[in-house]
Design a protein around this ligand. Structure first.
Ligand SMILES: [Zn+2]
Length: 1088
């Protein structure tokens, strides 16, 4: 004892002064200890246990780093191999090893190296009848299995059988050992080989029976840890395909379903519900999307490229991908990668370099796009009414006249009854078929509708819409108009709050999904609508008890609708043209409903997770009945909204998300439209531009719509010029006009971002208005606006791309004139402005953001980017005009939806080919922005907690225009009116607010309230749980045959306290330690 005490004394002091020495010393002792020197050994273990239990995990990690695990393993092997293993030493050693090993990631490999794996398995074999020893061995084996090769080694040596035998049916005895066995078994199932063995030996079926047994007999809820461990074990098995199959064939899903339903009715069983749900989701057999091909229904032959072999690749479901490891990984959002790495640090790439990518001659073609510079403004003097109509449209009047003179055929009109019972077919056959303009009946229908319901939506005219639609070229040759686009929309009076998310929505939905599998008799599974199938679809007569779907209209993109249950439908979106991806936007018509019934819709092939749908955003709904009754509103709708990874749809490349929501319609047999966001079609834009042009006073407002270029599908990409006409033709006035700086605005490069169009609508309307600030703006600037950079995408219901299946906002570096004409010519036009010395003062590209709230700007700053990226370049020596921040600061004050704190001026490598970065760097526009508008709503300002409507989006567009005035306050000295407006409007002081940019890639939302854990098999228990169990093993109230005489201490202990060594042996050591720690240091025993 004395030598041990001496050692302890030394050790204890060294803990403080020379911790490294302690471990060296211990290692030495363990390695060369005499197996017979029991007393020394116990004392050492005792010291270790005390040391490791007292502090934080850092001590254990320090010990591990100093070879502590190896020392323990060596000691264990030496002790166990002696002729008569001494369990007084082995037991504490095993306990310590479990605690330390749990925190040592390499423990499995170290154990193999020390030959400890099979030694412990041998000990377990010898002690299956001794529950305490068995438990100690099981913990160590479990810890060893952190390495799959160790797990394999155990499997090869029939470890599964040994361990499984220790998992008993429900019992009141040896609970700790049973749990240790379940945990060890689960750990061994980390190896796929072991999984296969376990399945082959029927262990999965047995585990299910065991789970059921413990579930049924655990009346007093005393065995929740074991039940949870059994679930975890099943989860580990479910990580392999063979395990999942076994679980399904053995009836695992219905067992879990039923047991979980019981758990939900009892308090205190919450911890069993979540793992059971995960397990059910995981095992729900995967099937491909119910499509023959996931490629878009639409293909479009691209110039200079061979026609895609459309049938070649039907590979929705690739067997080779049924790999064990492909499970449930959440879609890798590109935005989640390490943001700092993405920041541009090459100063040359950050420095604006206006060098055209084409010759001056090539730029000559854009002269025509600056008519205001060459216009002679003769009408200012003559007051003649020279037609200044746009380049490309003079047939409009004729069209409308045709319509109004076509004959009135009362027989085509719906009867009075029909006017109150709208049928989808009425619209399609009569009202809204734009291709039937020439035929009798059509225009009269429109007229009658308008006569009867006469609506007045500002800057909208249904007849003009119908006429304009005839010129819109879609791939499918759409001839039918969606009613909301035709009829128009007014924002509802009331602002709409964000939806409350009820508790456990996802859970409820998963249960419903699981029921599809276990109650197949309830499943209808009937295709109601299919874009691929041209045979007559489910008409109201054929399917009287189904909803009816339709989306063969501009921006519509429903591909298939399948009735699942009487009031539940799976919906599949069409992929972007020429692609098999990018689904998120949706727009379709639904009819045949019964009022007040909750219908569940599942859009099962969404590609983005973490959208605002989990944070209060709702889809939008338009009711034709409501519209005809004087409420032509898109309104937010839907309850029980959830966007989650769908359990059973398999995709070759990623997980699909399902957007699920429930809608209760207000009227029977209404015709309604549902959309991702307020639709804004290409035809809407063209109609709007015509209305605007007619609305302005040509004597005062120079408004010109021109064709920038044709799109691939032959639609016109419009460029609008707005500025004030000069007061007179006097040189001074013309000179002032021609020297106004340019502001270039673009929008809707991403077709799914219809919010961008509504914001731009606000901008356009304001700029054309008679508001004095608008007048000032027109006098201050020449506005060049390209309202829709991607008409083809918008028309054909794409979400992200153009017809080339590429993101047009990634084409700006080298836009191809044939494949990306709108980008090629927008860039060319900007070069042209640059070449004539009229580099825009501001460029802004309007977008929508699906994962953030508020409206905000992304800009470009070299200094901020270098600074944020941690670049060694001294940014102090670099010059940069801080003016890029002015607009955001102004907007923060005047635009309620705008949030300065969401703005960001960093230049990312991955964004090098976007409009914002290219216009900044190549065209040299200091104020080059992307303006992002939320689809959802705001979390600040007066709109906090509200979803944005079109009113707020349009207001944002107006405020953006107004903010531009601040940039000209000091420039125009001779226009006092303008200065007055600017100051009155903005009431600004010039102090630069020193806000720091935010990293816009950081997650803007906290994890969803009930986020389902998608990761495959994390250890749900943690070190503390194991510690507690191990500690309990030395002071168990359970019977213990051999050590029954040892003093028992039945009190519940804190798991930090040391318990490894029997109490009577501890006394000396404890006393020594207490004294020593007082002597050595007096305060605390820091190891570092
Ligand atoms: Zn966008």
């Amino acid at each position: 004892m004395s030598s041990a005490n001496a050692l302890l004394e030394r050790l204890d002091c060294f803990v403080v002064v020379e911790p490294n020495f302690v471990w060296t010393e211990l290692h030495f002792l363990f390695s060369f200890q005499n197996a017979g020197d029991k007393e020394n050994m116990l004392n050492i273990l005792n010291v270790l246990d005390e040391l490791l239990s007292a502090g934080t995990d850092r001590r254990i990690h320090h010990m591990i780093s100093k070879g502590g695990s190896e020392a323990l393993l060596t000691a264990l092997v030496n002790s166990a191999r002696s002729f008569t293993p001494n369990y007084t030493i082995l037991l504490p050693l095993l306990h310590l090893l479990a605690k330390v090993g749990y925190r040592d990631r390499q423990i499995g490999l170290k154990a193999q190296k020390a030959d400890a794996v099979l030694v412990v398995l041998g000990l377990l074999r010898q002690n299956t009848e001794n529950s305490r020893r068995a438990a100690a061995c099981l913990w160590v084996l479990r810890v060893f299995c952190s390495s799959v090769t160790t797990a394999n080694l155990l499997g090869k040596n029939r470890g599964l059988d040994v361990v499984f035998k220790l998992i008993s049916p429900h019992s009141t005895k040896h609970l700790r050992t049973v749990k240790a066995a379940v945990d060890a078994f689960a750990a061994m199932l980390r190896s796929k080989v072991n999984c296969r063995t376990a399945v082959a030996k029927g262990y999965i079926a047995d585990l299910l029976k065991l789970y059921e047994d413990w579930h049924n007999n655990d009346v007093n809820l005393k065995n929740i840890p074991i039940r949870r461990a059994l679930l975890h074990c099943l989860q580990c098995a479910a990580n392999s395909a063979v395990g999942r199959d076994a679980l399904v064939t053995e009836g695992g899903i219905s067992l879990l379903f039923q047991t979980t339903q019981t758990c939900l009715t009892m308090k205190g069983l919450e911890s069993l519900v979540e793992p059971a749900i995960q397990l059910m989701r995981k095992c729900n057999p995967k099937v491909p999307l119910p499509l023959t091909s996931d490629k878009s229904v639409f293909s479009f032959p691209l110039p200079g490229q061979p026609v895609d072999d459309w049938d070649a690749d039907l590979g929705l479901y690739d067997d080779s991908l049924e790999d064990d490891s492909d499970e449930d990984a959440e879609n890798e959002e590109p935005d989640n990668r390490d943001y700092e790495d993405d920041l541009e640090t090459d100063v040359n790439k950050l420095r604006p370099q206006p060098e055209p990518d084409r010759t001056l001659e090539q730029l000559g073609q854009y002269v025509r796009l600056c008519p205001e510079l060459h216009h002679d403004f003769q009408d200012l003097d003559s007051s003649s009414e020279v037609d200044e109509s746009s380049d490309d449209d003079s047939t409009l009047e004729g069209d409308l006249n045709d319509e109004t003179q076509s004959d009135q055929r009362g027989s085509d009109l719906p009867s009075d009854r029909d006017e109150h019972h709208l049928h989808t077919s009425d619209f399609h056959k009569h009202y809204l078929n734009c291709s039937r303009r020439g035929q009798k009946g059509h225009s009269s229908m429109v007229d009658r509708l308008l006569e009867k319901y006469g609506i007045c939506i500002p800057n909208h005219d249904p007849r003009l819409y119908a006429a304009t639609a005839a010129n819109t070229k879609s791939i499918a040759g759409y001839s039918i108009l969606a009613f909301p686009d035709f009829w128009g929309h007014l924002p509802p009076q009331e602002q709409e709050p964000m939806a409350k998310r009820p508790q456990h929505v996802q859970r409820k939905k998963v249960f419903e999904d699981i029921q599809r599998l276990i109650c197949p008799e309830d499943i209808i599974n009937k295709v109601i609508f299919d874009m691929d199938d041209h045979s007559p679809q489910c008409t109201p007569d054929m399917c009287p008890s189904s909803l009816h779907f339709f989306s063969k209209f501009e921006s519509g993109n429903l591909r298939k609708a399948i009735q699942i249950r009487s009031h539940e439908y799976d919906l599949i979106l069409n992929a972007d043209v020429n692609s098999s991806a990018f689904c998120q936007w949706f727009y379709f018509e639904v009819s045949g409903m019964v009022a007040g019934v909750p219908y569940r819709f599942n859009i099962i092939n969404c590609e983005k997770g973490n959208s605002q749908y989990n944070y209060g955003m709702q889809p939008v709904l338009y009711s034709v009945r409501d519209a005809l009754e004087g409420r032509p509103h898109w309104v937010r709708t839907g309850s029980e909204i959830s966007l989650h990874i769908y359990s059973h749809i398999l995709h070759s490349a990623f997980s699909f998300y399902t957007l699920t929501f429930t809608v209760m319609f207000h009227h029977d047999d209404d015709v309604c439209y549902l959309a991702y966001h307020y639709p804004y079609t290409y035809t809407t834009l063209q109609t709007h531009l015509k209305m605007l042009e007619k609305s302005v006073d040509p004597q005062k407002v120079f408004f010109r719509q021109q064709n920038l270029c044709d799109t691939l599908a032959g639609n016109s990409c419009s460029l609008v010029t707005i500025t004030a006409c000069p007061t007179s033709r006097a040189w001074k006035h013309l000179h002032q006009l021609r020297n106004r700086p340019c502001v270039v605005l673009t929008a809707r490069v991403h077709p799914g971002e219809s919010n961008a169009s509504w914001v731009l609508k606000g901008t356009l309307e304001f700029l054309c208005s008679s508001d004095p600030v608008a007048e000032s703006l027109r006098e201050a600037y020449i506005f060049k606006i390209i309202p829709m950079l991607n008409p083809d995408g918008v028309i054909n219901g794409n979400n992200r791309c153009s017809l080339t299946a590429e993101d047009l906002n990634r084409q700006w570096l080298m836009p191809d004139p044939n494949l990306s004409p709108t980008i090629y010519h927008t860039k060319g036009f900007l070069y042209y402005l640059n070449s004539i010395g009229r580099t825009p003062l501001v460029f802004c590209d309007y977008h929508g953001h699906s994962r953030k709230k508020n409206v905000f700007l992304y800009g470009c700053s070299m200094k901020e980017t270098l600074w944020q990226s941690g670049s060694p370049i001294n940014t102090a020596s670099l010059k940069e005009d801080p003016g890029y921040r002015t607009l955001a600061k102004t907007l923060d004050r005047i635009a309620p939806a705008f949030s300065f704190n969401n703005c960001n001026y960093l230049v990312e490598k991955s964004r090098a080919s976007t409009a914002r970065v290219v216009v900044w760097r190549e065209i040299g526009v200091l104020r080059s922005y992307t303006m992002e508008s939320t689809y959802n709503g705001c979390n600040q300002g007066i709109y906090k907690g509200l979803q944005t409507g079109t009113r707020e989006l349009e207001e944002m567009g107006m405020k953006f225009s107004q903010s531009l005035l601040t940039l000209r306050r000091n420039a125009i000295h001779y226009n006092s009116r303008l200065i007055h407006h600017a100051s009155a409007l903005l009431d600004l002081d010039d102090r630069l607010l020193d806000h720091k940019s935010n990293n816009f890639f950081e997650d803007d939302e906290p994890p969803c309230m009930e986020e389902i854990e998608y990761s495959s098999c994390s250890d749900p228990f943690g070190a503390n749980e194991l510690d507690t169990e191990v500690n309990g093993n030395t002071s168990s109230e359970e019977e213990d045959e051999e050590d029954a005489d040892i003093c028992r201490d039945g009190k519940q202990r804190n798991n930090r306290k040391s318990h490894l060594v029997p109490h009577y042996l501890k006394q000396d050591a404890l006393e020594t330690l207490t004294i020593k720690s007082g002597q050595c240091n007096g305060s605390n025993g820091y190891l570092y």
